[in-house]
Every structure is written in C-alpha cells, then in structure tokens.
Design a protein around this ligand. Structure first.
Ligand code: ADP
Ligand code: MG
Length: 617
C-alpha cells in the first residue's frame, strides 16, 4: 500500500485557517484595525460598502512595510510581533498569530498599498485566493491601506451564510466601537455606503465614550479609579437611574483589548446591588491594566475571552472600586446609621393619621380607555359583552369537559343554560361583583364551575400583541400628534436599528420627523402609549432586536409587536377598577390565542369546584 498522508497545499491550509479567523465582515474589520494600531497609527479610516460584503478598506498612517515585509505579511504564521514562545507572556500588541492577513487573502480579493518613512516609493500587492496576482511600486503616503473586496467569493456556502446588511453592519459597528473605545488617542472614522457613521477625533476616554454613545452620555458617567498591585482599574460606570434595558453599553478592556467576562460582569452587577430596577443593565466602560504575565489571551481564537491568574481578587477589587465610586458620587443611598434627629417626625405629627403620599402620574393615561378605537368599549352596553361571550363559553365548556364526572345530569342542564347567555349575565345589574383583583396582579372571576384567575400583565400583552400585529400588517394605526415633538438621544448603533424598523414602527402610529446621527425627533406616537413611556419602549425594542435579529420582514414585524406589547402591557401592581378588569377579560377571550402570551407563557388558570372539593377532603 502507498502512503496516504500528505501536507495540505498552502492555499487550502489558509482557507481552513480563515474559517477560524474570519467569520464575517466584522472579523476582517477587527483584524485590520488591530494591525493598524500595532503599527502605531494615529489616524485610521474605515470605509465599507454593503456591510463589508463588497468592500472593506482600512487606511492608516502607521509605520508601513517595506517590500519584503509586504510580501511576507501574507504568509501564514508570519508575524513581526513575537519571536519566541516567551514573548507571548509579555505581549504588548494585539496581534501575534500571524494568521489574519494570510486568512483574509485566502478568501477575498485583497489589495495592499504600503510605504515606510524611509522609502521613496511604496509597494502595491494584489492577491486573491492566496495567489499574488501583481506586485508593483506605487505612490502611497507613509502608512498602509488595505482593500478587501468580495469576501468569501470562493466559498459560496460562507457567503450565503452571511446575514442581512443591517445585521452585518451592526456587527461591524460593534467591533469598530470596541477598538475605538480602547484607543481614544487615535482618530477613527467609519463610512458606510458613502455616509459617515463615525468621526472620532483624538480625545480622552470620557469624551470618546460620549462621542460614540451620544451627547447625553457624559452626564451619566461616574468615574471609577483604583490602583493596586495586581490591577489598575479606570473608566466609568453609568449612574443607576440611566441603566439600560440591554447589555449594549457594557465594556471591559484588559490592557486595551476588549474582552468578555461573565465573571467580572457579575462583580459590577454586584456593586450595583439594590440600585437597579428589575431587568435593567448597568452601563460600564472599565479599563483594567494588569501585568501581561498574569493573563492568558491564548485560549480563544477570536480573543475576546481571557484567563486571569487571580480572578477572585480581581472580582473583589472591581466590586469595591465601583461601590466606592457610586458612594462617593452620592449615587448610592446613604445608610441610616447616624440619622439626623431633625429629620425625625415632630411630636405634633405623631398622632396624626398618615396621609397617602402623592405620586405624580400621568392621569390622562389609561391603557384601557385609550385603546377604545379598537373595540368601541362601553361598559354600559351589554351587547358589547355578548359580542365576546362565545369565547368565554368555550372556556367554560372546556372546564366542563375536563371534569365530566363533577356534575350530575341536571346540573349539566342548568349550566348549559348559563353558557348561552353572557358570562356576566347574572350580574347584569351590578357588574362589579363579577371580577375582583388579587394583589393588583391577578383578575379573579368566579365561574359556575369554579374560579378563573388571569394574570393581568400577561393578558394585556396578548391583547396588545394581536392588535399591534393587525395594525402593522393590515392597516396603519392612528397617531396621537405631539404638541411639542419629543427629542430623544440614542447611540449610532440604535439609530441604525431604528432606520431599519422605521417603516414597521410608523405602522404602529409613530411619526419620526427627523432622524439625526444621535437624536430622533418624534412628532407622533401610537395612541396606546403615553409620551413618558416612549423612550423606555424604544430602548426595550432596540434591546430585543439586538439579541434576536430577524432577517425577514415577517419575523421582524412579529418581534416588533411582541416587544411593544411587552413594554406597553399594564404592569403587575397596577390597580384596575371593575370595568377595566372586565374589559381585559373580555378582550382576552376575543383573542385568537387567549391562553398563551406572545412569549408562550400561560395567561390564566382555572380551578374547578371539583379541584376545590378535593382540597377540602
Ligand atoms: P499578526 O498581526 O498576528 O502579526 P497579521 O497577519 O495580522 O498577523 O499581520 C502580519 C504582519 O504584517 C504583522 O506582524 C505586521 O508586521 C504586518 N502588518 C500587517 N498590517 C500592517 C499595517 N497596517 N501596518 C504595518 N504592518 C502591518
Ligand atoms: Mg494582526
């Protein structure tokens, strides 16, 4: 038998390596940006077309490469950054594998133009599928310009696997921001399809963060500083009241490299304990400096996870540093140990009855009255209820069917008589008796055969979801015009997302009068929501789209409706009067799918007399 094992040809090996290094256009951006930084650039420009699928160009004014280096740079494992394995433990550069350029050149059309300070003329190399197609002298200022065209042109499967331009450009912006946040002293710009997304001048950390996330960010930032033997911590955390509904503004950098660390994230969240609303994520931009010897960045090929020698101490220091800052800047509540006696209740007040504190609320807002246009609800109109009775009926008979043994034949007859009428028919004269609210969370109703308990928040989210879906897909909803347009600040990333879902949002009743780079002017909102809720609703929306980015129009509409329904649904803890309770119940059972929320959670439960009786045995 002959020998079967052969070495793979270089271009095949490179293609395989490319699979590791280059997952999408954003990976190319990351590698090229890091190379420019390693080359000591002070200005870096990025230009992309069609979310990087057609063109990615990175131009820097770094040290450039001489002729031989320029050719060498495309060889696999060719790097100027480490020479021995020991060098790995004192790494000061971003790159070290010497794989990026070789990988990129294996799966795209690449043109490299570069020149060093000393050279008179530069070098231009064109390479595609690992084969150099031309090499000639060229005119180039000091620095390097790399053009990557037609990414994955020779791997159709990978190319087809790419997501929509919107999604891919979101990934690119993510990578761009991570690098730009770590290097505020470098000028960066990003252009997409001819329009400028970012123009970031040389500045300090605080200003860089503000330039990226919008003008309003500055006032939200609380500085964090801690210098210990094992770590130097600097950066900022967002004030708790500005906590976001998404993880979009959470950044750790270790020795100027963006990293992900669930463990350290936990330390930050722990420092915020008790200060955050439910489901709110604190913003943070934290820069850690550690001895390169004490970390291992080698464990993950795309290098966003690293291993620390002493994770536990790091955790403790980070947590206390942030706690300290939050306390120092009076963000955290002051503990009440030595209370000022002047603040105690004066004697004369001691025997008075406490008055209910007055809370300022938007009294005009009532989620149930506002949406009358959809259902023409009128509590006094009994025909309204009858309209919905069939659904109730089926629910009712559903309980019966489940427990056929529970009722004798005459009872059955009696009940079927009930079923033909409206559910509330027995209380027609005093409808207050038919439902009550439990713990401001559940709507409870008695049925002839038992008890029905509805989760008000979930029920309302189902109702709104179906209604929104109808509005978006069939007919545009009515808008409520704002007397004074709302101006809301958002990040570039969020603005890009907004543009993407703008059409669907307008179907729900939003009117966007102006969309700028970091603000949106809204002159009309859906009648279902209050003006004060708009910011929160959009933020939730962006966060939902960030974590789950549908490509096709249908699922985009669906996600939009789900997200808005979730934000707008009446919360647990909201008192509802009787007609509101019944309104929810009636509309719920007029829904196509009354038993489950859009997120597949149960909306109501029933407890039959039978089941009750069992409990009493
Ligand atoms: P690595 O960055 O891991 O060394 P790369 O494949 O990204 O590997 O780059 C190979 C080499 O090419 C680098 O070590 C560097 O010497 C050179 N190089 C790449 N990009 C640039 C650039 N923009 N300016 C100067 N030199 C560069
Ligand atoms: Mg590199």
């Amino acid at each position: 038998m002959g020998d079967f094992i052969q070495l793979l040809p270089d271009h095949v090996a490179n293609q395989i390596a490319a699979g590791e290094v280059v997952q999408r256009p954003a990976s190319v951006i990351k590698e090229l940006l890091e190379n420019s930084i390693d080359a000591g650039a002070s200005h870096i420009q990025v230009v992309i077309k069609d979310a990087g699928k057609t063109l990615i160009q990175v131009v820097d004014d770094g040290r450039g490469m001489g002729l031989t280096d320029a050719r060498m740079s495309f060889e696999r494992h060719a790097t100027s950054k480490i020479k021995t394995a020991e060098d790995l433990f004192s790494l000061k550069t971003k790159g070290f594998r010497g794989e990026a350029l070789a990988s990129i050149a294996a799966i795209a059309h690449v043109e490299l133009k570069t020149k060093t300070e000393e050279e008179e003329v530069g070098t231009c190399i064109r390479i595609e599928g690992s084969t150099i197609s031309s090499q000639e002298p060229c005119v180039n200022p000091k620095g390097t310009s790399i053009c990557v065209k037609n990414l994955f042109y020779n791997i159709p499967a990978r190319r087809n696997f790419l997501k929509s331009d919107a999604v891919e450009s979101r990934h690119i912006i993510d990578e761009f921001q991570r690098v730009a946040l770590a290097h505020p002293h470098i000028n960066f710009s990003l252009h997409h399809n001819g329009s400028e997304l970012f123009q970031l001048p040389d500045t300090n950390y605080r200003q860089r963060i503000t330039n990226i996330f919008g003008g309003k960010t500055n006032e939200k930032l609380v500085p964090v500083n801690e210098d210990t033997e094992i770590v130097k911590i600097s950066g900022f955390v967002g004030k708790p009241e500005f906590a976001k509904r998404s993880r979009g503004e959470q950044f750790f950098f270790v020795n100027d490299r963006f990293i992900k660390s669930p463990y350290l994230n936990h330390a930050v969240v722990a420092a915020f304990e008790g200060l955050l609303k439910d489901k709110a994520y604190p913003s943070y931009f934290l820069y850690l400096e550690v001895d390169p010897k004490s970390i291992d960045i080698n464990i993950h090929p795309t290098k966003t996870e690293i291993k620390f020698d002493d994770e536990h101490s790091l955790y403790a220091m980070l947590r206390s540093a942030i706690k300290h800052s939050l306390g120092q800047f009076n963000v955290a509540p002051v503990l009440d140990f030595d209370r000022d006696a002047n603040l105690d209740t004066p004697y004369s007040y001691n025997n008075k009855n406490a008055e209910t504190p007055k809370v300022e609320v938007d009294r005009n807002f009532n989620p149930f009255k506002n949406d009358g246009r959809a259902s023409n609800y009128n509590p006094g109109d009994s025909s309204y209820r009858k309209e919905f009775s069939p659904s109730w009926e089926s629910l009712y008979s559903g309980i019966e069917n489940e427990n056929p043994s529970g009722s004798g034949p005459d009872q059955m007859e009696f009940e079927s008589e009930e079923v033909t009428g409206s559910l509330f028919s027995t209380q027609e004269e005093k409808p207050e008796a038919s439902t009550f609210q439990l713990q401001k969370k559940y709507i409870v109703s008695t049925l002839k055969s038992g008890i029905l308990v509805i989760d008000q928040n979930r029920a309302h989210s189902r109702i709104l979801y179906e209604e929104l879906l109808k509005n978006i897909t069939i007919s545009a909803a009515v808008s409520q015009q704002l007397l004074f347009p709302l101006k809301l600040p958002f990040s570039t990333q969020e603005i890009e997302m907004l543009k993407e879902i703008k059409d669907s949002l307008e179907q729900t009743g939003f009117i966007f009068s102006e969309i700028e780079r970091d603000t949106v002017e809204i002159s009309g909102i859906p009648t279902l929501i209050a003006e004060s809720e708009v910011g929160m609703l959009l933020e939730q929306l962006f966060s939902d789209f960030e974590n789950d980015v549908p490509d096709n129009g249908f699922s985009q509409t669906d996600l939009l409706a789900k997200s808005m329904a979730k934000s707008m649904a009446v919360k647990s803890g909201t008192a509802l009067n009787n007609s509101e309770q019944q309104h929810v119940a009636n509309r719920l059972f007029a829904c196509k799918e009354p038993s489950l929320t859009p997120f597949n959670k149960s909306i109501f439960i029933t407890l039959t007399v039978d089941e009750l009786e069992k409990k009493f045995t």
